[in-house]
Ligand binder design. Structure first.
Ligand code: MTE
Ligand code: MO
Length: 374
């Protein structure tokens, strides 16, 4: 069994698949902490978790003029330690809302395939500069990352981002050896993982083994034939993955973590307290979250908790809270939230128009139906 050496996991996590292991925390716990505790951080594994002995570990940098192999100690001691607090979100977060429109292929994620952590390590810029490589002039079109987890035929998990994007983010991309101040847990990439803030989870390669430049995107299945968007009429008979652009920076999203679907609001309540998260890709900060307790007829502004970052480099999420007046003399109602980012990007009002066969990028207004006891 290739899965016989999997790590211990928190019993609080709710698995959507066991082998490979995929799980999300209970959604009502998500908005309690600005920094998601590592044991509650969602896990998205495509393959068995590799067993890595620190003594044998090295990171291979394939540079234009030479190949360099760095030990874990090299990473910790040769370079300045930089930290970035950033969201990692799976492209399939909130897929279960898309499934209600029409079935899709993929894990049935709720709203918690997202987390916010502090990652520490060396920036890509510094790592390359140290070895005499200027990312501004290096040749190639993509930077490629490979993991130590392998498919049965030996091909590793891999991902890439365009070099143009890597240049924009060169001081923010971190080759991380710590998560939330301690060693990275096995499920999250022990001992080293790349963090590319503002970019989809799929590119943040765990168990990082190799970095190189290429004229082509990573040839991995997950880069070429997955994690792309399509219009709602494309189905598995006519889909052409080569014709769609790989997902990198993510769109604006938000969700109500508490109350949860089907909750009963206490008798006679005139208001309900909503708690949730909002986040946008590309470092675009959240400027407003609108909430409604009558299905979107009337709107109120949620109180945003500052994330300590700046509007155009807002890689962390924004947690929010709102006390919203409840409609009276009804037995049930729908709570709604929607966020606006610094570019005034908004979330689509319904999921129908953005439905796609892989159930990616599900970022419509988040709706939660609750019961009001008379
Ligand atoms: N890296 C490797 N090596 N193998 C993987 O399966 N999954 C990716 C990414 N990096 C993956 C990987 C996907 S799709 C996501 S959403 C994130 O890791 C999830 O990170 P997490 O498990 O730490 O939450
Ligand atoms: Mo993902």
């Amino acid at each position: 069994d290739p899965y016989k050496n999997e790590p211990q996991r928190s019993p609080l996590l709710i698995p959507s698949s066991e082998k490979p292991y995929n799980a999300e925390p209970p959604q009502e716990m998500l908005a309690d902490n600005f920094i998601t505790p590592s044991h509650l951080f969602f896990v998205r594994n495509h393959l068995p978790v590799p067993c890595i002995n620190l003594k044998d570990y090295s990171l291979d940098l394939q540079l234009p003029s030479c190949s360099i192999s760095l030990t874990f100690e090299d990473l910790q001691t040769k370079f300045k330690k930089t930290s970035v607090t950033a969201v990692t979100q799976c492209a399939g977060n909130r897929r279960s809302e898309m499934v209600k429109v029409k079935p899709v292929k993929g894990l049935n994620w709720g709203i918690a395939a997202i987390g916010n952590a502090k990652w520490s390590g060396v920036t890509l810029e510094e790592l390359l500069k140290f070895h005499g490589v200027d990312i501004e002039t290096v040749r190639g079109k993509y930077i490629v990352f490979e993991g130590l987890d392998k498919q049965e035929d030996g091909t590793p998990y891999g991902a890439s981002i365009p070099l143009e994007l890597a240049r924009m983010l060169k001081n923010d991309i971190v080759i991380a050896y710590e998560m939330n101040g301690t060693e990275i847990p096995r499920d999250h990439g022990y001992p080293v993982r790349v963090i590319i803030p503002g970019v989809v989870g799929a590119r943040q390669v765990k168990w990082l083994k190799k970095i190189y430049f290429s004229t082509e995107e990573s040839t991995s299945h997950w880069q070429r034939s997955d994690y792309k968007g399509f219009n709602s009429s494309v189905d598995w008979h006519n889909v052409n993955f080569d014709k769609s652009v790989s997902i990198s920076q993510l769109p604006v999203t938000s969700a109500i973590c508490d109350p949860v679907e089907g909750a009963e609001i206490e008798q006679g309540a005139t208001e309900v307290t909503l708690k949730g998260y909002a986040w946008s890709g590309g470092g675009r900060g959240i400027i407003r979250v609108d909430v409604s307790a009558d299905g979107g007829k009337t709107w109120h502004e949620a109180k945003l908790k500052p994330n300590g970052q700046t509007p155009y480099k807002s890689y962390a999420w924004t947690l929010w809270e709102a006390d919203v007046p409840l409609p009276q003399n009804v037995k049930e109602t729908t709570l709604v939230c929607k966020a606006v980012d610094i570019s005034y990007n908004v979330q689509p009002d319904s999921v129908e128009g953005i439905w796609n066969l892989r159930g990616c990028l599900s970022n419509a207004w988040h709706r939660v139906n609750v019961k009001l006891s008379a």
